[in-house]
Design a protein around this ligand. Structure first.
Ligand code: BTN
Length: 259
C-alpha cells in the first residue's frame, strides 16, 4: 500500500494536518504523507494547541481515502495509536501504554498524541487525515504540559532517528490498517489494543458533558468505544449499569491524575 508513497517534507509549516487537508482538496492520492520539522500552528484535540516549535520531535499527517462507512472513521485513530506505540517500543526498547482513545504514554506522561479529521472535497470526495506528534528528543516541557509530557529519549535513555521512527510507524500502520479494513472494525485488533491500554481495569473519571462520574474501565468494544462500569455508592463498579463511552463526546482521566 505504501509503495511509491508520496511524501511532502517541510522545514516549517503551519500544521501538517492543514497542509494534508490542502493537498487532499487539490486531489492527491490516498497514502500521501506530510512531514515537518516544526509547525507554527500545530493543533491538538478539542481545539488545543500542539506546541511544535522544537525540531527534535516528529510531526506528520497521513491522508487516506478508506472505503468505509463514516461511523468507522474514528476507529482509525486507535489503529494509528497502536502503530505509534508498537514502532516507538521497538525502536526505544521501553514499554509504552495507550490512554484511551489515542494518547501514547510512558509512566503516566504523554509521549505522543493523534488528531484524526474527516474532510469532504467537492472534486476529490471524502478523505481522512491522521496526524501524529511524537516527543522524540530530550527537551524541557513548559506551560500546561510541564510535568505531563515526556520524550522517547528521556524515557529510554537512548538516541534514535525520527526517520527510523516514521518508517516503523508506517510499517506497523500498514499491517494494522489492512486488518482493520478487512474486518470493518477492531474485532481482530482489540486484544492488541487491550495489551497496551493503561485504563484497562483501572478507575477513571468520565468527563461526560451530561455529568461527570467515576467508573472502572473494562476495555473497548469492537467499535473502539470504552466500556465502563460506574461506581455505586459503596465505590464498587456496577456491571449492571455498563456504559459505552464514545471518544468524540467524552474524555476520561485517571481518578488521581491524567492516567
Ligand atoms: C492531541 O491533542 O493529543 C493530538 C495532537 C496531534 C498533534 C499532531 S502534530 C502533527 C499533526 N499536525 C497537527 O497540527 N496536529 C497533529
Amino acid at each position: 500500500m505504501w509503495e511509491n508513497q508520496k511524501i511532502y517534507r517541510y522545514e516549517s509549516i503551519d500544521s501538517t494536518n492543514l497542509e494534508a487537508k490542502r493537498l487532499g482538496e487539490s486531489g492527491v492520492s490516498s497514502g500521501c504523507l506530510v512531514v515537518a520539522k516544526r509547525q507554527t500552528a500545530g493543533r491538538g484535540r478539542r481545539g488545543r494547541v500542539w506546541e511544535s516549535s522544537f525540531e527534535g520531535n516528529l510531526y506528520f499527517s497521513l491522508l487516506l481515502k478508506p472505503e468505509i462507512p463514516v461511523e468507522q472513521i474514528s476507529m482509525l485513530t486507535l489503529v494509528m495509536a497502536m502503530a505509534v506505540a508498537e514502532a516507538a517500543e521497538e525502536l526505544s526498547g521501553v514499554e509504552l501504554g495507550i490512554k484511551w482513545p489515542n494518547d501514547i504514554v510512558f509512566e503516566g506522561k504523554k509521549v505522543a498524541g493523534i488528531l484524526t479529521e474527516l474532510h469532504m472535497a467537492a472534486e476529490s470526495g471524502r478523505f481522512v487525515i491522521i496526524g501524529a506528534g511524537v516527543n522524540v528528543a530530550r527537551q524541557t516541557f513548559a506551560g500546561e504540559i510541564a510535568g505531563k509530557a515526556v520524550s522517547l529519549e528521556e524515557a529510554s535513555g537512548s538516541v534514535f532517528s525520527r526517520e527510523d521512527l516514521l518508517q516503523g510507524i508506517m510499517g506497523h500502520f500498514e499491517r494494522l490498517y489492512r486488518q482493520f479494513c478487512k474486518d470493518g472494525n477492531l474485532c481482530n485488533l482489540k486484544e492488541v489494543y487491550h495489551s497496551k491500554l493503561v485504563n484497562k481495569d483501572a478507575f477513571v473519571k468520565v468527563l461526560d458533558p451530561a455529568g461527570e462520574y467515576e467508573a472502572v474501565a473494562l476495555g473497548i468494544n469492537e467499535n473502539g468505544e470504552l466500556l465502563v462500569a460506574p461506581l455505586d455508592e459503596k465505590g464498587q463498579p456496577d456491571r449492571e449499569k455498563l456504559q459505552t463511552v464514545y471518544a468524540g463526546e467524552v474524555s476520561v482521566r485517571g481518578i488521581y491524575g491524567y492516567v
